[in-house]
Design a protein around this ligand. Structure first.
Ligand code: AMP
Length: 333
């Protein structure tokens, strides 16, 4: 199927709204060369749909002329549906941001395709899709979730969970070094691929909403959707987003990993979850979580932002745990 030969289906609902990250054009990014690569539409051949994101449908495709040493490459194509002026601007902004962000734990961005409609972004293809789905498909409830259709890899082991967490922490160390605040760190925004025998995890989404994960966001006012279950008290109460609020979210990501992708505060409604978080209640220690990892979570969930752990320390502590997991990890695993 040639790109463009596949119009968006008529059941496409409107764009979800999202909270913009005001840093896209500020600070360090102002000085960076934001020359977004352009990819010819004729070089892209769509294969099938992978999912639906904030901007529109995501497809698996083959792309020619991307790299001098390979003829064709598998890529993920994010299309922009309902391109009005405002969504075009969001699209352009995300493309410019992604051009600047280059790290082994940030999804690789190849460029945009803008000769004709729909507008599209071209990314490296991450075979196992988003991390939340992946965790659920490799957890104890995989058989009762639709993810059972995915290839069986068995239940994730503790060393694998630590490895996943370490890679996300590595991506966050990089973002923090650029003073970039993510604002929506969650497993749904990470992607999973293969790396030799092991798993490769990358931060893969910098927009701020998902149609398929809309229950993870709480609509406050007209357009604003907030991932309140991942937010610390100061972000919920004062909309203050900082490197320290990203650390809080990282703690929640750890919790998601060690619960095989449960929704934080799944037993509570949005307003009950807000009440709990602002009153200082903590998510419970997951059953399969070693005490060292629970300590990390608690270090991320200090009420006072300055008291929270810093991402460099979290990263090195996770690397140390990956290298020499405590003995009981093996017993649990
Ligand atoms: P997003 O636009 O990032 O919200 O993506 C929507 C869905 O498309 C995700 O949940 C993934 O399942 C899939 N997806 C997005 N990007 C990729 C990628 N680079 N490789 C594989 N699947 C992807």
């Amino acid at each position: 199927m040639n790109f463009g030969a596949s119009p968006p289906s008529s059941d496409d609902s409107g764009m979800s709204s999202f909270v913009e990250n005001p840093q896209y054009f500020c600070g360090i990014f102002k000085d960076k060369d934001m020359c977004v690569q352009h990819i010819k539409r004729q070089d892209i051949v769509l294969k099938w749909e992978l999912g639906e994101g904030a901007f529109g449908k995501v497809y698996l495709a083959e792309c020619a002329n991307l790299s001098p040493d390979s003829d064709k490459m598998l890529v993920a194509i994010k299309t922009l549906k309902d391109a009005n002026e405002s969504t075009r601007q969001d699209f352009q902004r995300e493309a410019e941001l992604l051009t600047v962000l280059q790290h082994q734990n940030i999804v690789r961005f190849y460029g945009v395709c803008t000769d004709g409609e729909p507008l599209a972004m071209v990314f490296e293809y991450m075979r196992h899709g988003d991390l939340n789905r992946f965790l659920r498909a490799h957890g104890p409830d995989a058989h009762i979730l639709e993810e059972v259709k995915m290839p069986p890899l068995g239940q994730l082991t503790l060393p694998q969970m630590l490895h996943i967490a370490g890679q996300i922490a590595s991506g966050m160390v990089y973002l923090a070094s650029l003073h970039f605040v993510h604002r929506d760190l969650a497993t749904r925004n990470c992607l999973v691929g293969d790396m030799g025998e092991g798993l490769m995890v990358k931060i893969g989404d910098f927009g701020m909403s998902r149609d398929i994960y809309s229950t993870d966001y709480y609509r406050v006012g007209g357009r604003t959707m907030l991932p309140i279950r991942w937010m610390p008290p100061e972000s919920i109460m004062y909309r203050k987003f900082t490197t320290e609020s990203d650390i809080w979210s990282f703690g929640v990501v750890l919790w998601e990993i060690f619960t095989y992708g449960k929704q934080p505060w799944y037993q509570l409604s949005n307003s009950e979850a807000i009440e709990c978080i602002t009153q200082g209640r903590e998510l419970e220690r997951p059953r399969t979580c070693p005490k060292e990892v629970h300590c990390l979570m608690q270090g991320c969930w200090q009420r006072e932002p300055q008291q929270r752990l810093v991402i460099k320390d979290i990263h090195s502590r996770l690397l140390a745990l990956v290298k020499s997991p405590p003995i009981y990890l093996d017993i649990l695993g």
